[in-house]
Design a binder for this molecule. Structure first.
Ligand SMILES: Cc1cc2nc3c(=O)[nH]c(=O)nc-3n(C[C@H](O)[C@H](O)[C@H](O)COP(=O)(O)O)c2cc1C
Length: 344
């Protein structure tokens, strides 16, 4: 059995039930979370032969940052429930694998600490109703050395979770997930996510921070094009790991349309959701992604073996990608083409 496949069960042994459930769950009836992995496995390869694959090179750049492999860590909250050092342990693991860390705006670690840790990191932001709070968080992220702003756009309201029993919120302290909330007497209304975003939000973020903006949660080609036209440096094809609109299309199926819409724009395409194997990574790259993000596997790895677990997860997936590239007859991710992939 692959070590990666043992992780969730091993993490479940260590975590309180409510935390394990929070990490693994989807929204509503769980349709999208349940379909994500199978949608990647449903593709088949049309491999090339008689190509020299004696030297495989996985390295690439993401928004100009060099990485050892096109496998990055998605932003997720509540990492202090997985490991006492939370996001900093995750950051150390990512740094050792020479990858990039997505940091949730609901992290339990101050943004300045990521800069100090030396990890390349992108801030994921929810624009809040109270824009002053958002602006102060953005300023702190810039000061902490964030290299990009990831705007999550699939959350005008938090997707309904159908919990029975204790929830993660009852178990946690605000400091474990709101470490970057500026001081102030904020009401619940201030902290609600904004539901009036538009393509102008992209320019607003870019202007405020001077950083490239990546839009997370795009599932349609026409929306991807609106993001590019508004100046987005990248989009992440994502349905939030099935935690927002239940029944939203698997990212494996949305990716080709988004990639096609962005050809020639210079906007980089990323994807997350259900990526668990090197074969899935290769499929995503061939269908037009520059890199993929992994969410839950990184949380399980962090729970099981802290930063060493995160590094092993990323390097194991990279080894599988290397092996699969060799078998499809391509020495580099950049040389992959969509005709390598067909639906099964
Ligand atoms: C426990 C948990 C917390 C998450 N928190 C955030 C968040 O704060 N912001 C965000 O944009 N996405 C968040 N996500 C979504 C991830 O960034 C990512 O889209 C998703 O996990 C990818 O799917 P995967 O888990 O199947 O790899 C969260 C996901 C999980 C599992």
């Amino acid at each position: 059995m692959r070590w990666i496949d043992t992780l969730e069960a091993a993490a479940a042994e260590k975590l309180p039930e409510a935390v394990h459930r929070y990490f693994r769950q989807g929204s509503a009836g769980g349709v999208s979370v349940g379909e994500a992995v199978a949608a990647w496995s449903a593709y088949r390869f049309r491999p090339r032969v008689l190509n020299d694959v004696s030297s495989i090179d996985l390295s690439t750049t993401v928004l100009g940052t060099p990485v050892d492999a096109p496998i990055l860590v998605a932003p997720s909250t509540m990492q202090r429930m997985a490991d006492p050092d939370g996001e900093i342990a995750m950051a150390r693991g990512v740094l050792a694998a020479k990858s990039v860390l997505g940091v949730s705006s609901n992290a339990g670690t101050r943004f300045a600490e990521f800069g100090a840790a030396g990890v390349p990191w992108w801030l994921q932001i929810y624009i809040l109703r109270n824009r002053t709070i958002t602006e102060r968080m953005l300023d702190a992220a810039v000061e902490g050395g964030a290299r990009a702003i990831v705007l999550t756009v699939d959350t005008p309201v938090v997707g309904r979770k159908e919990d029975d029993g204790q929830t993660v919120w009852e178990l946690s302290q605000p400091g474990q997930f709101l470490a970057n909330l500026p001081e102030g007497d904020w009401s619940d209304d201030d902290l609600d996510k904004a539901d009036d975003l538009s393509p102008d939000s992209i320019g607003w973020l870019a202007e405020r921070t001077g950083l490239p903006v990546v839009v997370k949660g795009v599932l349609r080609g026409d929306d991807a094009k609106r993001c590019a036209d508004a100046g987005a440096a990248g989009v992440i094809v994502s349905n939030h790991g099935g935690r927002q609109l239940d029944g939203s299309i698997p990212t494996a199926r949305a990716l080709p349309e988004v990639a096609e819409a962005l050809v020639g724009t210079g906007t980089e395409v990323y994807v997350d959701g259900g990526i668990r194997r090197g074969e899935h990574v290769l499929t995503a790259l061939a269908l037009g992604a520059r890199a993929v993000f992994v969410g839950r596997p990184a949380l399980w790895a962090l729970t099981v073996d802290s930063s060493a677990g995160v590094t092993r997860l990323l390097t194991d997936l990279a080894e599988e990608l290397d092996h699969t590239l060799c078998l499809v007859g391509h020495p580099t991710p950049g040389s992959l083409t969509p005709d390598l992939i067909v639906p099964s």
